[in-house]
Design a protein. Structure first.
Length: 369
């Protein structure tokens, strides 16, 4: 596996395509929920659909853990790591939140604009930019199958930001760079979670995978990166992993045990030479697809059928995601080198100033006894 990473600059050639497919499957799942509401989408919680649905976010988070661990290894500086994560996540998120609050909301709200812009929900909605998750805007999307939810996708921001904070903590403690220590911590957490998993439904509330399992998926991806030199890419093993994960995900109590199998499947798919997408459009689809779907459901009643809502909303989301990638996300990522160079220069100047200050201090003579 390591040779594939070396040939592709530390990533797998199929990761962008895999993320794109996963994000479109999430749009498909939401097409049911937004067309018929939670009660009408219960069909997704039955076999065989539940296994596919429950696998989507763990695959995303395991892939993120694998890539973020690689970034941590390359940078080996916690401040730079967090800065680079912010450049990847915050710009497009800030644009989506601002568009929803300042354009979409005023156009679709049932409230007078004066009431809309002075309502506490309007101001608190901007907290999504820093991970303070809020779903509603005043008078927006009222009476829909999923009432008042502007962007349900933002619920994953909290576990995602927690994962970055966890990685930063591991970097500060230097544990992030130790294969043995990282693996040991993962094993201890795994055993503890197995015990809790058998006693409660904490990890799969109401049949859905909760935030804890998403963080665990991220951690499993991190561990997989540590063992990348020893993981063999094998189609038969990938097929076996897919079958095992599918069977385990059919029963919510067993969903926890599917994460390692899903992680191997993610790695194997990512290592394949899949058609290039020309960019990572998955994040833009994640950000914009939900409000796009809610807008379509709110303004065009005939679209409250999943088989109509999905293709139309997916096409619009892909187009907007492409614009987001080329106009917002990619330019933000290009700031990495100049920002890093500026940070390096400022650090050098600060250290030089400290050295001059110390040199200017009067020398204290030691008095003899």
């Amino acid at each position: 596996m390591q040779e594939v990473l070396d040939l592709n600059g530390g990533a797998f050639p199929g990761f962008d395509t895999l993320r794109l497919c996963l994000s479109l499957l999430v749009v498909l799942v939401h097409s049911f929920m937004l067309s018929y509401g939670m009660a009408g989408s219960r069909v997704l919680l039955n076999a065989p659909y539940i296994a596919v649905m429950l696998s989507l976010l763990p695959l995303f988070f395991a892939l993120s853990g694998f890539l973020v661990a690689g970034s941590a290894f390359r940078l080996r500086d916690t401040g730079t790591f967090l800065l680079f994560r912010s450049l990847r996540i915050v710009p497009a998120l800030a644009v989506e939140v601002t568009i929803s609050a300042l354009i979409l909301g005023p156009l679709l709200t049932t409230r007078p604009l004066r009431d809309y812009f002075t309502n506490a929900d309007f101001f608190s909605y901007f907290g999504n930019i820093i991970g303070r998750v809020r779903f509603t805007l005043p008078g927006v999307f009222e009476g829909l199958p999923l009432d008042r939810v502007v962007n349900g996708n933002v619920w994953t921001l909290k576990p995602e930001f927690f994962c970055y904070a966890l990685m930063a903590l591991l970097m500060v403690s230097r544990a992030a760079y130790s294969r043995k220590l990282t693996t040991l911590l993962w094993l201890v957490v795994t055993v503890a979670m197995i015990v809790v998993n058998q006693a409660t439904d904490a990890f799969v509330p109401d049949g859905y995978l909760g935030p804890t399992l998403l963080v665990y998926s991220f951690a499993t991806g991190v561990v997989a990166f540590h063992w990348r030199e020893h993981i063999k890419l094998n189609a038969s093993l990938a097929l076996l992993s897919a079958a095992a994960a599918y069977l385990l995900l059919l029963g919510p109590k067993n969903a926890f045990f599917s994460i390692p199998a899903l992680t191997y499947l993610m790695i194997w798919i990512g290592a394949q030479r899949l058609p290039s997408t020309g960019g990572d459009y998955s994040y833009g689809i994640y950000l914009f697809s939900y409000p796009i779907q809610q807008t379509l459901v709110a303004t065009f009643l005939p679209l409250r059928e999943w088989w109509l809502l999905f293709p139309i909303s997916a096409l619009i989301a892909i187009l907007i995601a492409a614009l987001s990638w080329h106009l917002i996300e990619l330019p933000a990522l290009r700031l990495k080198k100049p920002v890093l160079a500026l940070s390096s220069r400022m650090t050098t100047k600060l250290m030089a100033a400290i050295a001059r200050w110390r040199a200017a201090l009067p020398v204290r003579r030691m008095s003899g006894s």
